[in-house]
Structures are given as structure tokens and as C-alpha cells.
Write a protein that binds this ligand. Structure first.
Ligand code: ZN
Length: 467
């Protein structure tokens, strides 16, 4: 966000100049997304949703062959990929002959995935801490950046959010408003893009009225952000008896828990649209107006859903999402493990889109808690006891050993011993015997350096690591 402008310089500027800086930086992206070339790509992707399946398959295999040819020139895949003729005759089989790739391997040697004839200076470099805390460096070529952004716009257009017309409020991890600023405005704007960056660090019951007034006056139509941030704003509004009427909200980057969805829908009077994507850009998926699971954006991904033995699951089957980008020939991650579990849905969709659909991707492999007998429990199963609790600002499950689960609580006014006991009892009911539960109150729950929040953090290694 602050590229070309250091944060220490930015934070010292008066609000008016901070707005100008934010607007100038965001406008670069906006100008690109307003260009005829980009709009044409969005239009093309909107048409591709309804292509005959055979045409789509041809298109995907052609792109896959191109990506495989590029990968053959990387240090990592050197000697593993056959000649161009073999690739062209059956790219899918060539892909399947390659090993599954995990995050650790990419984190250790990212440069090995850049083809030797590609100049890294021509790629966009992006660093992330990731939710597991494993720092990762990735590269995107221009085409893959455009594809991902165009897919996001296709998604937004489908649910009624119009380019440069509807104001969107972003609730991300940007320190767009200095932390020590104690009076509004808690937002900075880019008017040409109709984009407003709302600080997630200033959301509190005390500030709720300011955010509320701003949403109304600015006529913010959509919010977009981490579920935890949307939920925090909804809770702050609810504490003050405030509500708003938005056209919709977009979320991503974290799983959305039912209790978060309910609170956001109630307070903002709108539906929450799911867009699944990841920094590695190997696969993405959109929840469209059909609200029938997520359509995989297969125009830009050769995805696989694999069971624990590494076999493809059929319709109805559950497994881990594994993806290969069909556009990023500058950084070729093939069969990359996302760490996200999902289920392939059966049947055609009423909306007429031909792309396969999956269930909402709400279970990270890392979100799994390890039980004393070695079984895995999704942290989502433990969200229910938190539903009825009204004196909690934020919560997190932490596991150091399988026999003990710690519930970290940021208490709100009125949180008392009875709440502690009720919560402990209800969580215990969901857990197998042999696991103890303790509740600790903490002043805050830190987000990681990407500004992301995890409902569950486990330091217990999973019993079996698939290679
Ligand atoms: Zn559909």
C-alpha cells in the first residue's frame, strides 16, 4: 500500500495528505482496471463461464501445456518434465506424473520455480507470512495478476457491485490510519475507484458511532474484508444498537464461522459473498448469485481435489484442494497443496455456469486440532459454544499439547466467572474425554504480520504428514 512511501513518512502527514497519498497509490491500480484491455478481459471471462465444456477443456489443456513447457526450464523441475511433444500430446498426464508440491519446499527455494529464460525483474514479487507463520515469497507475471483481478471483478459484477460506481469499504490489515490517532476519520479514500480503506485497528464500541456515520454519509454500498474484521465491526455496532443497510459484503483470506456470518448479516442487513483465493494464485473460486457453493475459477486453474492417499475424489468426495495456475508462466508452481479441505459438489448448477463447484472452503489443514488418540478435530466444531456468549470481544483456541485446550478470551464489559464456567463446560462437551479446557483472559489477540486472525492455533504437529 505504501510502496514508494515509507510508513514513518506517511504516518507523519496530515490526514488530507494521507488521503492524497492513498488515492494516488490506489489510482495506479484503478487506472489499469479501468483500461479497455482489462475490461475486455473481464468481459471475456464472463462469456467463458458459459462456453461448451469441450471448448473449455481444450482451452485449459492448451494453457496447461504452456505452463508445463515453462516449468521444464526451471531449476526445480529440471529433468522431471518430458519433451514438448510429449507435453502437447497429453499435458494432464504429464502433470499427474509430477510430485505434489508443498509450501515449505517453495518457501525454502522460491527462485527455483522461475524459468531460467524469465527475468525476475519483470515479475511482481510478493512476500507473505502466511497463516502458519511460514514466510513465503511468490512471484506473479503480469498476465496472472490481471487474471486474478479480472476474476474478482467478474465475481463482484455478478452480485451487483459496479466498477467505479458503488463505494466499497475495505477492512484489511493496512495500517492506513496511525494506531495512536484517537479521533476520526478512521478511514482514507480513493474517490476515483470509489474505494475507502477503513482502519481495522480502531474498531471499538466507543468508535462505532463514527464508523456508522461515515458508512451512511459516504453511502458505502459494500464492505470487503477478513471475516474477523467484519465481525468486529458488526459486534461494535450491535453493542451500540446501531445497524446499517448495505448491498453486500465480500470476505476472504480466513474461514467464516457461522456465528460471524449471522452477526454480520443481522447488523448490515446483507448477504456475505465468498471469494476464495490465495497468494500463490494456483486456484480460486467464487460464490455467485446462485449461492450454490463456490464455482472453481477453472479458466485460470488446473485444480485437483485429492484424498489422503493422493487420489482424485469424485463428485461428492472430500479432499485437499491442490492447484496449478494456468497463467503464471513466470513462477511455475505445479500441483501445489493449498492446505485447504473441501468437497466436490454433485450435479449441474441452476445458474448455467459449467465450472465444477465445491463446498465453502472453511477448514484449513492448520485449523485442525489434534486429539489425544491422534484424530483431528476441525476448530469449526468448537465455534458453537461461542454463539450464545455476549461478553466476549474476541476469542481464540490454542493447543500446545493434545491433552489440553486453552481458550483465549478478550473479555467485554460484564464478562464474569459464570461465563468462564459455561464456556468451559460447553466446549468440554464437544471434545473427547481426556482433554482438559482452560479459559484465560488476555488484553488482545494478535493478528499475524499479514493482519490475519486465526480462530485456532495448534502447535501440535499433525500425526501423519503426507509427502
Ligand atoms: Zn451456479
Amino acid at each position: 500500500m505504501y510502496s514508494g512511501l515509507s510508513y514513518s513518512v506517511y504516518r507523519a502527514l496530515p490526514v488530507r495528505l494521507q488521503n492524497l497519498a492513498v488515492s494516488a497509490i490506489s489510482s495506479v491500480r484503478w487506472n489499469h482496471e479501468s483500461s479497455p484491455g482489462f475490461r475486455k478481459l473481464v468481459l471475456k471471462l464472463r462469456k467463458m463461464q458459459f462456453w461448451p465444456p469441450d471448448d473449455m477443456e481444450d482451452h485449459r489443456l492448451r494453457r496447461l501445456a504452456e505452463v508445463l513447457r515453462a516449468a521444464a526450464n526451471t531449476p526445480f523441475y529440471d529433468g522431471m518434465i518430458p519433451d514438448a511433444r510429449t507435453i502437447d500430446s497429453d499435458p494432464a498426464a504429464v502433470l499427474k506424473s509430477l510430485p505434489i508440491l508443498d509450501k515449505r519446499t517453495v518457501a525454502e527455494r522460491p527462485g527455483d520455480f522461475i524459468p531460467i529464460d524469465v527475468d525476475p525483474a519483470g515479475l511482481v514479487k510478493h512476500g507473505t507470512s502466511g497463516t502458519t507463520g511460514l514466510p513465503l515469497r511468490v512471484y506473479w507475471n503480469r498476465e496472472s495478476m490481471d487474471m486474478e483481478r479480472a476474476l474478482i471483478w467478474r465475481h463482484r459484477l455478478a452480485v451487483g457491485c459496479r466498477f467505479g460506481h458503488d463505494w466499497v469499504g475495505m477492512l484489511g490489515g493496512h495500517r492506513i490510519v496511525p494506531i495512536d490517532q484517537a479521533t476520526p476519520p478512521y478511514w482514507r479514500e480513493c474517490p476515483p475507484a470509489r474505494l475507502s480503506y477503513l482502519s481495522t485497528y480502531h474498531i471499538s464500541p466507543d468508535n462505532a458511532v463514527h464508523y456508522h456515520k461515515y458508512l451512511e454519509e459516504r453511502q458505502i454500498a459494500f464492505l470487503s474484508g477478513y471475516p474477523s474484521a467484519l465481525y468486529a465491526l458488526a459486534l461494535a455496532f450491535r453493542r451500540c444498537g446501531l445497524s446499517a443497510r448495505l448491498k453486500g459484503a465480500f470476505f476472504g483470506a480466513e474461514p467464516l464461522h457461522d456465528f460471524q456470518r449471522e452477526a454480520v448479516q443481522e447488523v448490515f442487513g446483507c448477504y456475505l459473498w465468498d471469494y476464495y483465493g490465495l497468494t500463490e494464485r494456483v486456484v480460486s473460486a467464487s460464490e455467485f448469485e446462485c449461492r450454490n457453493g463456490l464455482h472453481l475459477n477453472w479458466e485460470n486453474s488446473y485444480f485437483e481435489i485429492l484424498d489422503p492417499e493422493g487420489r482424485d475424489v469424485g463428485p461428492g468426495g472430500a479432499g485437499e484442494l491442490v492447484g496449478t495456475s494456468l497463467s503464471n508462466t513466470g513462477f511455475t508452481l505445479l500441483r501445489y497443496r493449498t492446505g485447504d479441505m473441501t468437497r466436490l459438489l454433485e450435479g449441474e448448477c441452476s445458474c448455467g455456469r459449467i465450472s465444477p463447484r465445491v463446498e465453502a472452503i472453511d477448514t484449513k489443514v492448520e485449523d485442525l486440532l489434534v486429539m489425544p488418540d491422534g484424530s483431528l478435530l476441525s476448530a469449526s466444531n468448537l465455534t458453537y459454544p461461542f454463539k450464545g456468549m455476549s461478553h466476549i470481544r474476541q476469542s481464540q483456541l490454542y493447543q500446545r499439547v493434545p491433552e489440553e485446550l486453552v481458550i483465549r478470551i478478550v473479555p467485554d464489559l460484564g464478562f464474569n466467572d459464570e461465563d468462564v464456567e459455561n464456556l468451559r463446560k460447553e466446549v468440554l462437551e464437544v471434545l473427547p474425554a481426556g482433554v482438559s479446557v482452560s479459559v484465560v483472559c488476555v488484553p488482545s489477540i494478535p493478528v499475524n504480520s499479514s493482519g490475519k486472525f486465526s480462530f485456532a492455533v495448534s502447535d501440535v504437529p499433525p500425526p501423519t504428514e503426507r509427502s
